[in-house]
Ligand binder design. Structure first.
Ligand code: 8YV
Length: 324
């Protein structure tokens, strides 16, 4: 008697070798990453595994339609778009892809830090618009990184690597987290209450996950604590910052500049005021967007998917209590 292989639904393009790995033990059904929810729900009716971007909201409506589903393998470290509680109630394992993207995100943070410190956006615009050719004014002056204070909010994997790298650049570092005691926090970095960290820092970098307590963690009052010469970097999730309040602070000059990889609405509305600000450096959610890192994320997601479907422990499960 032959038993049918479990059905794995894959909702983003995968390399042929990763597809081949899945097909050793599963039947693979490819669904477009842009498929509307109804189409996805239709596709997962018989699926035992679903591999999908962590940016797509997945909750009980889909779980209810997929009674055989055993694993939701997300591609990405954040899991704010997934309803883990609902998955757990239905005994569905949920996994993410931590670690493999830590250094790529930290690279981007440093890139944004350097860009802000030399006002690259404004100075490049000055050249491109002909200002330099006409010797209209001197270039904009930036700030030295060495000797400045970096405040890191959220001391998980990425926050720690950013802290350690900033120290090698000669920065003094402070940290804040919902846990005020982290035994393995980076040495030589000092804990501060959030508002004290904001008051003392020249550069603030956000590395918290998005959850009900971190939603609008940085609002008008917190922005009001920052020094007028300070800059804010966000590579975590857009809604961690109240973007209306941030736009107002940047316009009023109570905050010098920001660099955002993430926005409250992605992609932003074409008339979003923040798009027009010369002191807002915006990039389109590219923290993990290198070929090597994106491949490593997909590969880890495939390992999570296959582990559950073949009865092995998945490497990075977010709700291990569902595993038998
Ligand atoms: C993106 C990220 O989600 O991993 C995360 O949580 O924010 C990013 O890596 C990426 O686009 C994966 O879909």
């Amino acid at each position: 008697m032959t038993t049918e292989k479990p059905l794995a639904c894959v909702c983003l393009p995968l390399e042929p070798e990763l597809e081949a790995r899945i097909e050793i033990s599963c039947r693979l059904e490819q669904v477009s990453w842009a498929a509307p929810l109804e189409e996805l729900i239709e596709a997962v009716r018989d699926a035992e595994g679903l591999l999908i971007s962590n940016r797509l909201p997945i909750g009980d409506e889909l779980f209810a339609a997929a009674p055989k589903l055993r694993i939701l393998a997300g591609v990405g470290v954040g899991y704010d778009a997934f309803d883990i509680e609902a998955a757990t109630k239905r005994g569905i394992a949920v996994s993410n892809t931590p670690d493999v993207l830590t250094h790529a995100v930290a690279d981007l943070v440093l890139g944004l830090l350097f860009a802000l410190s030399r006002r690259l956006l404004e100075n490049a615009e000055y050249v491109q618009s002909g200002g330099w050719s006409q010797a209209a004014r001197p270039p904009r002056l930036g700030f030295d990184i060495r000797g400045r204070t970096l405040g890191v909010v959220g001391m998980g994997r990425i926050g720690r690597v950013v802290t350690a790298r900033a120290q090698t650049l000669g920065m003094r570092t402070l940290w804040n987290d919902v846990f005020s005691e982290l035994p393995d926090a980076v040495p030589q970095s000092e804990y501060r209450e959030l508002r004290d960290l904001l008051r003392e820092s020249d550069v603030v970098s956000l590395h918290t996950d998005l959850n009900p307590t971190s939603h609008h963690l940085i609002s008008a009052d917190e922005l009001g604590c920052m020094q007028p010469h300070a800059v804010l970097i966000n590579t975590s999730r857009g809604p961690v910052i109240d973007q209306v309040a941030l736009t107002a602070a940047l316009e009023a000059g109570t905050l010098a500049a920001c660099a955002l990889d993430v926005l409250e609405q992605e992609p932003p509305a074409a008339d979003d005021l923040i798009l027009k600000l010369p002191n807002a450096l915006l990039v389109p959610h590219i923290g993990s967007a290198t070929r090597q890192t994106r491949y490593a994320m997909r590969e880890l997601a495939v390992r999570n998917l296959l582990a559950v479907l073949t009865g092995e422990p998945p490497p990075t499960c977010l709700n291990p209590e569902v595993l038998g």
